[in-house]
Design a protein around this ligand. Structure first.
Ligand SMILES: [Fe+2]
Ligand SMILES: [Fe+2]
Length: 266
C-alpha cells in the first residue's frame, strides 16, 4: 500500500497547487491513500467544511491538523460530525471534552488503516500532554478498535522541535508503520526506515514557496526588525511548492519512504 503524506496545505495558493499536481502524482506514484495536514488550508489559519470538500475533490482522502485547527470558530462545532475525515491532535488537556477525534480507523476494503494526530510540547504554546505517554494509550485504544499488527498505522506528529519528533519515532518504531512530522512548513531530507516504521522529521508544506510559513516577507521582516508589528498577509504570487512523502507499507511494516516534492513556476 502506497500512502502519500502531504505537509501543511496553506491557503488558496496551497489548495490550487494540490489541485494542479495531486491527480498526476497519484497516477505516477500509484498512490492508494492520501493524508494531508489541513491546519492552514483556510486563509492560513484553520479550515472550513468548504475547504475540506475542495481538497477531497482534488483527491485527498483524510486530513490531519494541528495547533491552528481551532481558528475558524464555526468549524470547531462542525468537528462534532464524526463523518468528517479529519483529525485534530489527540493529546490536548481535557481532550475527552473537545470536539473531533485524535485517531481514526479507515476501512479500505479488505484492509484497515489507522491514522493518529499528535502535538509536540517543545516550543509549542498549546496545553498538551506528553505525546510519548499518550501514544501508548492510543495504541491500546487502536488494539481495542480491532487494529492488528499487520494493519498500517500512520502518525502525524505536529511539532516544532526536531529532537522531539525523531525521539517519538524511535519510541514507536516497532509498533507503527509510519511517522511524519508537520508544522514547520520546512521539508527535511532525513527520511528513513527505522524498525517497522517509515520516518521523516517534516513533510514540509504546500503553498507559496517565497514566503515565511505562508506569509509575505514584508510584514514578517518588519516584525523581526521592529517592536511595532504588522499583520501577516498570505503570499499570493511567486513560486508554489508541493512537499510530501510517499510511504510504502506491506503487512503493517514500512518497506520504503521517499520524498515527493514539486515546484510550480508562477
Ligand atoms: Fe502549519
Ligand atoms: Fe502548526
Amino acid at each position: 500500500m502506497n500512502i502519500l503524506c502531504i505537509g501543511d496545505i496553506s491557503g488558496r495558493p496551497g489548495r490550487q497547487t494540490v489541485g494542479a499536481l495531486l491527480p498526476q502524482i497519484k497516477r505516477e506514484e500509484k498512490v492508494d491513500f492520501v493524508i494531508a495536514n489541513c491546519e492552514n488550508a483556510a486563509g492560513g489559519y484553520g479550515v472550513t467544511r468548504a475547504v475540506l470538500d475542495e481538497l477531497i475533490g482534488y483527491g485527498v482522502d483524510y486530513f490531519t491538523s494541528g495547533d491552528h485547527v481551532w481558528k475558524v470558530r464555526e468549524f470547531v462545532e462542525e468537528m462534532h460530525d464524526s463523518n468528517l475525515p479529519i483529525l485534530r491532535p489527540y493529546n490536548y488537556e481535557g481532550q475527552e471534552q473537545l470536539p473531533g477525534r485524535g485517531w481514526a480507523v479507515v476501512d479500505m476494503g479488505s484492509r484497515r488503516l489507522a491514522i493518529v494526530n499528535l502535538l509536540g510540547q517543545v516550543f509549542m504554546h498549546e496545553p498538551v500532554r506528553s505525546p510519548f505517554w499518550m501514544i501508548d494509550r492510543i495504541l491500546e485504544e487502536l488494539a481495542e478498535a480491532g487494529i492488528k499488527e499487520n494493519d498500517p498505522v500512520i502518525i502525524d506528529i505536529h511539532a516544532e522541535a526536531t529532537a522531539e519528533k525523531i525521539s517519538l519515532a524511535y519510541y514507536v518504531k516497532d509498533r507503527v508503520s509510519g511517522v511524519f512530522g508537520t508544522h514547520t512548513h520546512v521539508p527535511t531530507a532525513d527520511q528513513r526506515i527505522i524498525g517497522r516504521a517509515a520516518y521523516v522529521t517534516d513533510a514540509g508544506m504546500v503553498g507559496p514557496l517565497d514566503a515565511s510559513l505562508w506569509a509575505g516577507f514584508d510584514a514578517v521582516i518588519n516584525n523581526f526588525k521592529f517592536p511595532f508589528k504588522q499583520g501577516k498577509v498570505m503570499e499570493m504570487g511567486g513560486r508554489r511548492v508541493f512537499n510530501s512523502v510517499l510511504i510504502t507499507v506491506e503487512n503493517g511494516r514500512a518497506t520504503a519512504i521517499k520524498r515527493v516534492d514539486r515546484t510550480l513556476q508562477e
